[in-house]
Structures are given as structure tokens and as C-alpha cells.
Design a protein around this ligand. Structure first.
Ligand SMILES: *Cc1c(COP(=O)(O)O)cnc(C)c1O
Length: 510
């Protein structure tokens, strides 16, 4: 089967290969890459075959529909998948926990945090790291050192993404990784996870400044043509298509686990920020997985919830700092992909080129006026697939407490604040639906140890609760005993960061 990729903003049908879409990340017109067709899977294929597959075999069936075999031969794709998920601590890769809330048998928690950094981003970034290496090695095979193609990945993090990117790219040939973070402004565990990785090709830069300073520097580096062409700067941020692709698998896999392989009513509830996680669910639904609804759970940064309620996509002035910081966003970068599909169906009468023009106009408007609005018919259309719930900080804390108190198996199940946003939204849906034939799959996006402050705030008043004993895994405990490798950058200044990267690149001998 032949698959290619196009931009969400382009009225130009020119298409890219999978490799081009992955390595380039963002289209040159500012749009995001989407597959030219969404492959369809029949019910008999789903329930007679796919429902019986392991996570890895299912990933292979899905991915080969998005990657032509003349681009990546099937045996190579299989090998990439096997290696990517061999680093997970769970046999199921993404296991389902049942009955953790005590009363409701229909509420399943999909644990996505069993990868090397204990965060859901590992599911995608373990695969992306291997994919980058695969493309580079194929190109570099047999070439002398000075002719090898290399990539310098530069990223900024306020915590979670940085460590998942580092663990995805550590030790990969011809790839150098630089992750900037604001000195003293990320949690100790997050800093330990990033700075204790000994691989030569990884360097963390602790920058005196804020997260916004770090992000601005990274953006400036991407915009710096000279530096870029010299070092072939690459990104692994949340808009990369390979990340979405890798995440599609667990929607199918958990559906089959929750329903024991039969067709039943299923709703997914997804704690959302940049809309990458839930967008993968949208692709699963459009491929033919019979999902009732995808429920967007947001914290107080609720641009997505407001959009579904009133049809206006409007950026707030400030990001609210919440208990679930990985979802603290002003706009949701991956939402543009959904908008393209909605624009094509409800504005452009199925015309791909007109859909691209429409999306382009909306984003011009967002840039100039801070908002745009869409026809009511489009919102009605979106609501066939999506619903949304907004969850406050108080509700987040209350949900962590409630689950701890009420859980039966295991007793005292402990969830992180992002997962709590999802479970709170799930409970609201259960009450509204009042239908015990619906299965709810609530996505759990991080291990509670990664968000110690919020978890302790909710649970420290319980007798017998201990973070060290009940939450912190041995593997993370050990990190504090390991040596740290970080480079201090004394000023949040682009020239200083560029100079530091160049000095370190020489030392790395990548
Ligand atoms: C990134 C992240 C999210 C949000 O996922 P999106 O794909 O950006 O919507 C939620 N929870 C955690 C813990 C995350 O790291």
C-alpha cells in the first residue's frame, strides 16, 4: 500500500514521504503533516484478528498502513517496534487497571507510564528515537566520518518531555541531543532523570532563566538558518507525526482488553494539552474502531473545552499554573490536524485543497486577532466524535484523595494529577450518561512519583501514607545517588547557548 503525507495549511497537493514528514517535523508553510488517506479496517479484521494480537504485533499491523513497505521493509519495521517496546516494564506495554475506583466496574485506567521515564511520552519517543537512528544509519552506511549525515536535536522542557526525549535518543548513532531547562525550576526528580544519563551524545543545559526563555532560545535556534544548516537541527516535539502514529496502538489494544475482544460501547477519556494523545484516538476511531466518544479532559487551561462549547478558538492571555503542568498550554498544537479534517468535511465539501486554505486562513486570524470562529455545523460535527470536561485544581486534589480512599484492587491506588483530571472527567461522564453498558477507559499519563508535590498535598494527611514507601519506585530512588552531568548556562542568551552547543558538540565526537 502506498501512503504519503501532506500539510494541513497547503493548497498545494505536493506530498512527502514518511521519512521526509518525520525528519522535517513541521511543513515549510507552517502546517502539520497528515497522511493522505486514513486506512480503513473492517469489523471482521478488528474482532477476529486484531483483538487477539500482542501490543507489538498490533503496532505492526497499524504502522504498516501508514508507512509504505518500499520506504521501510516490513522486517525492519517489526524490528523497530520490538526494540522500542522492549524497554517497558510491563509485558502488556500499556496495561489496564480495573476497578481502581471501588464502585464502578466499567471504569478502566489505561496505564501509559511503564516506559523508562515513567511518563506516557515514552510510548512515542522510544519509537521516534529508533526511527531517527534507522533513517540516519541507512543513509550513512559505509560513508566516511566526514560525509555522514548527523542530527542535532535541540529542545526545551519544563519537565516531562525532556527526559522522555533523552531516553528516546540516548546512545543513538549520529544524533546529538541538547535539552534546555530553567535552573531550579523543575522538580528534583525530573532534573535527576535528565542529568544522570551518562551517554556521550546527551547534554542537558541548565539555563538561568524561565521556561519561556528556554523555549524562545530554542525557537530562535530553529529560525537561525546558518546554525541550522551547519548542524542539521532537529526536533522531536509533540507535532511530529511519528509520535501520533505510535500512540494509535494503545487505543485498539485497550479497547480489546476492556471488552475482552468483543464490540461494545467504549468511551475514552484523555487528559489533554497539546492534543497529541487524543488525536491518536481520533485516528483509531476513523480507521474503524467503534468508539462512542473521545472525551477531552482539560485543566483550567481550557481552550479546547471552550471551543467545543462555543465554536470560538481563542487564546487566553496567560497560562494558568495548575497541578497538572504538562497540560498548561495556551493553544493545542496538534488540534490543527483535527481542524483540517473538520474543515474538509463541513466547510470545503470534501475538497482537500480548499480545506488547506480554510485552515491557513483560520491560523492567520489566530495570529492577528488571537482567535477565530467556525460554523455551527462544524461544531455539531465535532461533537459526533468528541465531548469535553474541564477540571479545576480543587477537583484534581479531591480525585487523588477519593481514588486513594475507595480503591479496592490494589488497595490505595495512587494517581498523579494529570490522571486525576482524566478520572474526574470520567466520573462526570458516568453520572451524565447513567448507562452501565458503557465501558470507560481513562488514560493515565504519568506515574505519581513524577508529581510528588501534588500527590503529597492530596495524601499526606492520611495515616500511614508515605511517599518514599508507597509511591517512589526503587529505580527512581537510585537516581539521587548517581553523578549528574549538566552544563550551566549563566544567562538566557541565544548566542551563549549556541556557543555552548558548538563547544559540547566537539567534545561529544558524535
Ligand atoms: C504531555 C502530557 C499530557 C498531555 O498530552 P497531549 O498529547 O499534549 O495532549 C498529559 N499528561 C502528561 C503527564 C503529559 O506528559
Amino acid at each position: 500500500m502506498s501512503q504519503s503525507y501532506r500539510s494541513t495549511r497547503s493548497s498545494d497537493p505536493a506530498t512527502k514521504t514518511f521519512e521526509e514528514a518525520i525528519i522535517q517535523g513541521l511543513a515549510s508553510d507552517g502546517g502539520l503533516f497528515i497522511p493522505s488517506i486514513i486506512p480503513q479496517v473492517s469489523k471482521s479484521e478488528l474482532f477476529d484478528k486484531w483483538s487477539k494480537l500482542s501490543f507489538q504485533d498490533l503496532a505492526f499491523e497499524i504502522m504498516k498502513l501508514y508507512v509504505s513497505s518500499d520506504e521501510i521493509p516490513e522486517a525492519d519495521l517489526k524490528d523497530l517496534i520490538t526494540r522500542s517496546y522492549s524497554t517497558f516494564r510491563s509485558h502488556d506495554v500499556t496495561p489496564l487497571a480495573k476497578n481502581v475506583t471501588g464502585s464502578n466496574e466499567n471504569l478502566h485506567v489505561l496505564e501509559l507510564f511503564h516506559g523508562p521515564t515513567y511518563a506516557f511520552k515514552d510510548v512515542a519517543l522510544q519509537f521516534v528515537g529508533n526511527l531517527f537512528e534507522y533513517f540516519l544509519q541507512r543513509h550513512n552506511d559505509g560513508l566516511p566520518a566526514d560525509q555522514r549525515k548527523k542530527i542535532t536535536v535541540v529542545g526545551a522542557t519544563s519537565g516531562d518531555t525532556g527526559s522522555a526525549a533523552i531516553y528516546g535518543l540516548r546512545g543513538k548513532k549520529d544524533v546529538a541531543v541538547f535539552i534546555l531547562y530553567p535552573t531550579g525550576r523543575i522538580s528534583p526528580i525530573q532534573e535527576e532523570q535528565m542529568t544522570t544519563v551518562p551517554d556521550k551524545n546527551v547534554q542537558t543545559l541548565s539555563v538561568k532563566g524561565t521556561f519561556d526563555n528556554c523555549q524562545d532560545i530554542v525557537k530562535a535556534i530553529f529560525g537561525d538558518k546558518e546554525f541550522n544548516s551547519k548542524h542539521n537541527v532537529g526536533a522531536v516535539n509533540s507535532i511530529n507525526w511519528a509520535r501520533i502514529l505510535a500512540q494509535i496502538t494503545y487505543y485498539f489494544y485497550s479497547y480489546f482488553k476492556a471488552t475482552t475482544g468483543k464490540e461494545e460501547k467504549v468511551k475514552f477519556v484523555v487528559p489533554s494539552g497539546n492534543f497529541g494523545d487524543i488525536l491518536a484516538g481520533y485516528y483509531a476511531k476513523k480507521m474503524g474502531l467503534p468508539v462512542e466518544k473521545l472525551v477531552i479532559a482539560t485543566n483550567e487551561n481550557d481552550i479546547l473545552d471552550r471551543f467545543l462549547k462555543n465554536g470560538v478558538y481563542e487564546r487566553s492571555d496567560d497560562v494558568a499554573a495548575t497541578l497538572s503542568p504538562a497540560m498548561d498550554i495556551l493553544i493545542s498544537s496538534n488540534f490543527e490536524r483535527l481542524l483540517w479534517y473538520l474543515a474538509r468535511e463541513y466547510v470545503a465539501s470534501g475538497d482537500d485543497l480548499k480545506a488547506g486554505e480554510t485552515v491557513n486562513n483560520w491560523f492567520q486570524e489566530l495570529k492577528s486577532k488571537g482567535k477565530f470562529d467556525v460554523p455551527a455545523s462544524l461544531i455539531d460535527g465535532a461533537k459526533k466524535d468528541f465531548d469535553s470536561e474541564r477540571v479545576s485544581n480543587e477537583e484534581t486534589t479531591a480525585t487523588i484523595k477519593q481514588v486513594y480512599e475507595q480503591s479496592v484492587n490494589p488497595k490505595h491506588y495512587i494517581i498523579d494529577p494529570h490522571t486525576a483530571v482524566g478520572i474526574c472527567a470520567t466520573k462526570t461522564q458516568i453520572t451524565k450518561d447513567n448507562d452501565n453498558t458503557i465501558n470507560y477507559i481513562s488514560l493515565s499519563t504519568a506515574h505519581p512519583a513524577k508529581f510528588a508535590d501534588a500527590v503529597n498535598e492530596a495524601l499526606s494527611s492520611f495515616d500511614g501514607y508515605s511517599f518514599e514507601k508507597d509511591v517512589l519506585p526503587e529505580e527512581l530512588k537510585k537516581l539521587s545517588t548517581l553523578g549528574k552531568k549538566l552544563k550551566l548556562v549563566e544567562k538566557a542568551d541565544i548566542e551563549l547557548v549556541k556557543q555552548t552547543i558548538e563547544e559540547e558538540l566537539v567534545k561529544m565526537e558524535v
